[in-house]
Every structure is written in structure tokens, then in C-alpha cells.
Write a protein of this length. Structure first.
Length: 272
């Protein structure tokens, strides 16, 4: 269904502790972070409507950035020639160059165990078609149904980077905010998307809200930063040196426990 056929106010959009893309774009234009008409600490509510871009116009710009391609079945995909594709491939190429330099500097005789940690949604797998299908209005139920039945494509350039790193002796870990019950669907998708690396429980961390691991002191109340940085610390405790951490949200990368961070673009939603 086209996003033009269903219009809903920001206050009606389902949330998972996230602000829909259209709200984020308005944030950037207005100079403050807000959602559903309410400001966060230290930022002002827009004084007039002129400080907020039109909702449909923002969606159109997102679709142009991804080079929207509609297939015969009504699904939407990002073009490999889009500005988005060019940008993420550039980040992957830069990461490969920097990681190659890091490995060369360490030499073959090293006691540490280099590793990279990668988020899943919009870092290794692209959610664009899902977001278009739900008109950027996330719900847990919609995500479950999509992940159960449909594979997301890889983010451009990322399987090549990940497989190259693994072949060079770098341990690869996936760290996602997806839920534990989504593990099998996520593993299937990563494999089908071309990631030829281990995806067992020791290499793939999902959020277990019912039984959080003991190494997360925040337990069931972890913020994204606490969950992801705490898990990276746990990976380090196994003797790994995280030479690169990859994410599409700043909250994926904050909190330390990585020598380098790589922020991938994502104008579709925001996770604090």
C-alpha cells in the first residue's frame, strides 16, 4: 500500500522508544528534538507550523534518497545506484581500508583477538521495504510478521566487508535490538543476504527482555546505549579487541568498548 493512502498524525504512530523518520526530519529542520508535539529536555517545541516540513514531502525525499524502485508485486526497494547506496558503500570501503591498516600494523604475531561488532537493522540488513510497507509506523506485530515471512536485503557493501574481515581472521559479532524470539528468522535472513560468518549464540546477541544476561547490570531496564556497550564489554571480556563497531544509530555506538566506530546513514527512524 502506498504511504500516500494512509495518513496519520505523529501522535498516532506506534513507537518502540523511537521517533518515526518524518519526525526526525522535522527535528533537524526545527533545530530541536521532539516527537508527538512534545519537546525533550533542552529543546524547544516549534513556535509555528513553518518550522516543521510537510510530512509527505519528507517521505518523498526519503524515497528519492533511497532511489525507490517499485516491483510488480508492489514492494519497494532501494536502488543500487541511489545516493544511499553510494554513501553506505563509501563507508564500507573506508572501514575496509582502515581495518586493513590496523591488521597490518599489528602484524601476524599478535596476542589479542581482533573483532568487529555490527548492528543488524539498517547496518547489515536494509529495512527500507518494511518501512515502506508499514508507512514508517513501526509495530512489534508488523515486524514479527515481516521477519517471519520475508528476507530483507543486505545493506550495500556490507556483506563484502564482513566476509573479507572474517577471512582476514577478524571475529565477527552481531549485536541487535531485535528480540530473542526473532533469532531464527534473523539468522536465516543474514545467511540468505550473503553473510558467510558464524551466527551462533556466541556470535549473535539479541535482546532478551525476559531473561537478560547477568553481565548487563541494568537487567530489564537497559537503555540502548547500556545494552550495546555492556554487550561489547562482555565480548571484550572474552579476550577480543573490538577494532570496529558499526551502527546506523548513534546509540548503537556510544558507551565505548570499540577502537573505531562507523555510523551508517538512516533517515527513516531514530532510536535514543
Amino acid at each position: 500500500m502506498s504511504p500516500r493512502t494512509s495518513r496519520r498524525p505523529l501522535s498516532a504512530l506506534p513507537r518502540r522508544g523511537r521517533i518515526a523518520a518524518v519526525g526526525v526530519a522535522a527535528v533537524l529542520a526545527g533545530g530541536g528534538l521532539f516527537g508527538a508535539g512534545q519537546a525533550t529536555a533542552g529543546n524547544a517545541v516549534p513556535a509555528t507550523d513553518r518550522e516543521i516540513p510537510n510530512l509527505d514531502t519528507v517521505k518523498d525525499r526519503i524515497e528519492a534518497y533511497y532511489g525507490d524502485v517499485e516491483t510488480g508485486d508492489g514492494e519497494h526497494h532501494a536502488s543500487p545506484r541511489s545516493n544511499y547506496a553510494k554513501q553506505v558503500r563509501g563507508i564500507a570501503d573506508r572501514a575496509r581500508t582502515e581495518l586493513a591498516g590496523e591488521l597490518a600494523a599489528r602484524g601476524e604475531k599478535r596476542d589479542d583477538r581482533p573483532a568487529i561488532v555490527l548492528d543488524v537493522d539498517d547496518t547489515t540488513l536494509l529495512t527500507y521495504n518494511f518501512e515502506r510497507r508499514v508507512d514508517y509506523a513501526f509495530s512489534d506485530e508488523a515486524q514479527d510478521e515481516y521477519l517471519r515471512t520475508t528476507d530483507m536485503p543486505a545493506v550495500f557493501g556490507m556483506p563484502e566487508l564482513v566476509n573479507w574481515a572474517h577471512d582476514k581472521g577478524v571475529e565477527v559479532f552481531f549485536l541487535t535490538g531485535r528480540k530473542e524470539h526473532q533469532r531464527d528468522w534473523s539468522v536465516r535472513n543474514l545467511k540468505n543476504a550473503g553473510y558467510e560468518v558464524p551466527t551462533d549464540r556466541g556470535h549473535f546477541f539479541l535482546k532478551d527482555e525476559k531473561n537478560p544476561p547477568p553481565y548487563l547490570e541494568c537487567g530489564t531496564d537497559c537503555t540502548t546505549v547500556e545494552y550495546k556497550s555492556g554487550t561489547r564489554a562482555h565480548i571484550e571480556s572474552g579476550g577480543y579487541d573490538i577494532v570496529g563497531s558499526f551502527g546506523d544509530q548513534h546509540s548503537d555506538l556510544r558507551g565505548g568498548h570499540a577502537e573505531r566506530t562507523y555510523k551508517l546513514p538512516n533517515p527513516m527512524y531514530y532510536l535514543p
